[in-house]
Write a protein that binds this ligand. Structure first.
Ligand code: PMP
Length: 479
């Protein structure tokens, strides 16, 4: 095993030495996901580095959950947030609007930079999280049909191996099974699932990607016909599948074909870009790469870059005019909707992204990251697939590269993530059961500001963690 890889900051900056905090004598009052394990305490975050209470520094190679797109502690964002707090800290959107929320909507809906791509989206609705954005979008789609008198439309069509959030609506159209326990029988009943666009596992025999796309789209069409298109509200999918599949882009042509099918049967197309949007894939929206116009898009994570809890739903004129046909209001309101401070904060983040050309940078450093990953992991026995785009990359671990089957007890990805953390790099784990199918991956989603040195460190550490975890985990299981 190679010696530990030094943190990129260690050559230029002084080691930060925070006094280790004494372990708590009683359990903390804050409810975390785990009742037993205490999360690491972060006392400061700057640039792309997290500083822990025990004095350790961690390179943030996944921006939390693909959130921190410009790194941490940006002074310009902090200043904009503070100024907004002085200007207007809060008003309720029932009666008021603010320039920060109006400007944020304009900033996002305007063509990005030199791009001439026409996405057709004309209105934005801001909430606090990706889950809320998806719930709002599902309600908006249903209200659209309701106002048009098509009240029979009750079914959402979603995909297997999908993750759209934790609220009851978003969870209903998700298929990470462990997260559905024990809520399974209180989720929305009217959801139909079709196959995921997963070329790594889905291609059969000598089937080409084009044939695979044809098969997936036939399946979707059959499902629309089985349900009766007049009963369907929308088709929901992540443009690039994130948490459940590990940065899996759909095969080329898939979204174009799905768009055409939704148009043919007059079914709304809702793309979830909470994880893969806002430049993560190297274009502002991931769907731009297929040149399509969805009806509804949900965004989050990179929108506020982690500086504020903010996400959004974007809709086109078709939806707007449909809503206007009826009550003229979107029947969904939240206290903190379009929160002025969150909007000002996200606006500052987006202005930096635009000014600094960070979407193009996400694409450019992503190409370097791809090369580093393929060089480091080439020929590794348990690395089945390296896929993604922009600054969004997944590495899938399998027991057998021939059959592409995972280990019987998934967990190599988690073991690697834990090991990488011990070595000073945070990556996002993805070991678990998505829709009854075992999967095992780690995700890299570095800030668009990551340096080449930081990317190289992340990849080197990941390789080292892989080697250590394989010894501890995989070979044990293979015996
Ligand atoms: N959709 C996708 C594609 C996501 O990746 C996530 C979060 N991982 C969500 C929705 C839910 O977002 P949030 O956790 O902000 O509610």
């Amino acid at each position: 095993i190679t010696p530990p890889i030094p943190h990129p900051e260690s050559s230029t900056k002084q080691q930060v030495s925070n006094p280790p905090e004494t372990s708590p004598t009683r359990p903390p009052a804050l409810l975390h996901r785990s009742f037993t394990e205490l999360p690491h305490k972060v006392i400061r975050a700057s640039g792309n580095t997290l500083h822990l209470s025990n004095g350790r520094r961690i390179l943030d190679a996944c921006g939390g959950a693909a959130v921190a797109i410009i790194g941490h502690g940006n002074a310009e964002v902090i200043q904009s947030t503070t100024e907004q707090m002085h200007r207007v800290s809060y008003v309720h959107t029932m009666s008021y609007t603010t320039s920060s929320s109006e400007e944020l909507a304009q900033c996002i809906l305007k063509p990005f930079g030199a791009s001439t791509f026409d996405h057709g989206l004309t209105k934005a609705f801001f909430v606090g999280s990706g889950s809320e954005a998806n719930d709002a979008a599902m309600k908006c789609a249903r209200q659209y049909w309701f106002e048009k008198g098509e009240v029979k439309r009750r079914v959402y069509v979603a995909r297997k191996k999908a993750y759209h959030g934790n609220t009851l609506g978003a969870m209903s159209v998700s298929s990470i099974l462990p997260r559905k326990v024990p809520y399974d029988d209180v989720l929305l009943p009217n959801v139909a699932f079709v196959s995921a666009a997963d070329a790594y596992h889905g291609l059969v025999g000598k089937e080409t990607e084009r044939e695979y796309v044809g098969r997936l789209v036939d399946e979707l069409e059959d499902e629309f016909l089985r349900l009766g298109p007049e009963n369907v509200v929308s088709f929901i999918g992540e443009t690039v599948s994130g948490a459940a599949m590990g940065a899996m882009p759909a095969p080329k042509g898939y979204w174009q074909a799905v768009r055409a099918l939704c148009t043919k049967y007059n079914i709304l197309l809702h793309l979830d870009e909470v994880m893969c949007g806002m430049g993560r894939m190297g274009t502002y929206f991931a769907f731009e790469q297929e040149g399509i116009q969805p009806d509804i898009v949900t965004i989050g994570k990179g929108l506020g870059g982690g500086y504020a809890p903010i996400a959004g739903m974007l809709i086109n004129d078709k939806i707007v005019s449909g809503l206007r046909q009826g009550s003229s209001t979107f029947n969904h309101g939240q206290t903190y909707q379009a929160h002025p401070v969150s909007c000002a904060t996200a606006l500052a983040v987006q202005k930096i992204v635009k000014r600094e050309g960070l979407v193009a940078r996400s694409a450019a450093i992503g190409k370097k990251l791809e090369r580093m990953l393929s060089e480091a992991f080439e020929g590794c026995e348990y690395v089945g697939d390296i896929r993604g785009g922009g600054t969004f990359w997944g590495i899938e671990f399998v027991k057998d590269r021939e059959t592409r089957l995972p280990f019987s007890k998934v967990g190599l990805g988690s073991a690697i993530q834990l090991q990488a953390f011990e070595l000073g790099v945070a990556v996002y784990p993805g070991s678990g059961t998505a829709d009854g199918v075992l999967g095992d991956h780690v995700l890299l989603a570095p800030p668009y500001t990551a340096t080449e040195e930081e990317l190289q460190m992340a990849v080197d550490v990941l390789k080292q963690a892989y080697e250590m975890a394989v010894v501890q985990y995989a070979e044990e299981e293979l015996e």
